[in-house]
Design a protein around this ligand. Structure first.
Ligand code: ARG
Length: 458
């Protein structure tokens, strides 16, 4: 039990207290960030004349040696140390002696952990952006292939009007594109360096905070040292963005599950992305989609947990804040893993065009267009609505689609119908005459797809 703060204590920490207090079990994930931050700190201390160049070089070499040995496995990170910061510092002193004791000059673990967590979160934000970018590529590819694949669009999970698969996929493109832009916003707000905030009140050493911020690729230093050590807003924002991404993935998963059901059969999930049943040989289950849907709750949980942890913490640092890590790490792993798996499942999925089109045809999805036809021939919309309602009843009774009725049958219900009704209510017309911005018609869709291509090029 090597503790950094043993000086004013006369008694050993109780074992259970030690374990309760320790964070090495999970904050070892911040190892690379801790070394990175320490290197920047030491370079700045030497530049400011607080350390000599020899001391700086010895510390840098020591830190690099520790990093290499941890990576090679020669130096295991063990629970003998309270946290990752103690581990690095104790090992540095073991290696280079007294110079190592100077690393922590003008620094507190409070600004150190604030920095490490921010660096780690920043790289995770970038990772999520990369994964989303790839998912958007996959979605756009499907859109380009399926501008003519007709399917039913639903409201209340009831067939409503015909759309195309490209149009349906485009809705998800919009959602994930907003998610990317949310991450861009978060990055802009969070990219300021808390190092140099000290324990809470800065330090009397002439630290150059602009310089460390620059070394670590931040826009600049944070402007209030109390806030610098105790701000976790950026993490809450990131968890909130991840929760929103999971909500989008979960909705999409729900549709995959429905489309994959025996009743729909709109899609076939690739064997590599589905699983079987231990007892029912015929089964091919959409487990990946179900797990993504299920794991959404976990990510929401991390967001709620951190919001609740932070709500009662007085300024500045309090140990409660150590609780920012475990669930956040879990949420990052979960959400990023889900994006990747969902992407793979989507990219390898087969869409059954024939089943989708047939489903659109046999769900009266062209009923609105039949009513519009009557309106275009002078019938008031409310009357037209009633006439088509009668037609639908007639078709349900006969088990046919509107298009299957003869002109005589149609005219019996309304004499306004002429031969051109068939063209007016064909699936092709219903979809491709819808040309307002954002609608499924091919010309409108092609324009949107071109703009998405441009967006992804950037
Ligand atoms: N393990 C701690 C955390 O995660 C590091 C900071 C400790 N600072 C302190 N004053 N005890 O927050």
């Amino acid at each position: 039990m090597a503790q950094l703060w043993g000086g004013r204590f006369t008694k050993e920490t109780d074992q259970l207290v030690y374990e309760f207090n320790a964070s090495i079990g999970f904050d070892q994930r911040l190892f690379a960030e801790d070394i990175m931050g320490s290197k920047a700190h030491v370079k700045m201390l030497a530049k400011q004349g607080i350390l000599t160049e020899e001391e700086r070089d010895a510390i840098l070499a020591g830190l690099e040696g520790i990093q290499a040995d941890v990576l090679s496995g020669a130096l295991p990170i063990t629970s003998e140390y309270e946290d990752i910061h103690s581990f690095v510092e104790a090992n540095l002193i073991d290696r280079i002696g007294d110079a190592g004791k100077k690393l922590h000059t003008g620094r507190s673990r409070n600004d150190q952990v604030a920095l490490d967590m921010r660096l780690y979160t920043r790289s995770q934000v970038e990772h999520t952006q990369t994964l989303l970018h790839h998912l958007l590529e996959t979605i756009l590819h499907i859109m380009e292939e399926h501008t003519q694949t007709i399917m039913p669009g639903f409201t209340h999970l009831q067939k409503a009007q015909p759309i195309t698969l490209a149009h349906h996929m485009g809705a998800y493109f919009e959602m994930f594109r907003r998610d990317v832009s949310r991450l861009e916003d978060i990055y802009k707000r969070m990219n300021y360096c808390p190092l140099g905030s000290g324990a809470l009140a800065g330090t009397t050493y002439p630290l150059d905070r602009e310089y460390t911020a620059q070394l670590l690729d931040f826009y600049g230093p944070t402007q209030n040292s109390m806030d610098g050590v105790s701000d976790r807003d950026y993490l809450i924002e990131y968890l909130s963005a991840l929760a929103t991404i999971m909500m989008h993935l979960s909705r999409f998963s729900e549709e995959v599950i429905i489309w994959n059901s025996n009743e729909y059969r709109f899609i076939e999930i690739d064997d590599a992305y589905s699983t079987g049943s231990s007892i029912m040989p015929q089964k091919k289950n959409p487990d990946i989609a179900e797990l993504v849907r299920g794991k959404t709750g976990r990510v929401y949980g991390a967001l709620m947990s951190l919001l609740t942890t932070m709500k009662g913490i007085p300024l500045a640092y309090n140990k409660d804040m150590q609780e920012d890590k475990e669930l956040s790490f879990d949420a990052m792993d979960t959400a990023n893993g889900c994006i990747q798996l969902f992407d793979g499942m989507l990219a390898t999925m087969t869409f059954r065009r024939d089943v989708m089109e047939k489903s659109a045809k046999h769900g009266f999805t062209n009923a609105t267009d039949a009513a519009d036809y009557l309106v275009n021939h002078g019938v008031p919309f409310r009357d037209a609505h009633g006439i088509v309602g009668q037609i639908v009843l007639y078709c349900i009774d006969k088990g046919i689609a509107i298009d299957d009725m003869s002109l005589e049958e149609l005219q019996e219900i309304s004499p306004v119908f002429e031969q051109d009704i068939y063209e007016a209510i064909s699936m092709d017309t219903c979809v491709n005459k819808r040309l307002t911005i954002g609608a499924p018609g091919k010309e409108a869709m092609d324009r949107v797809i071109a703009s998405y291509r441009e967006y992804l090029k950037k």
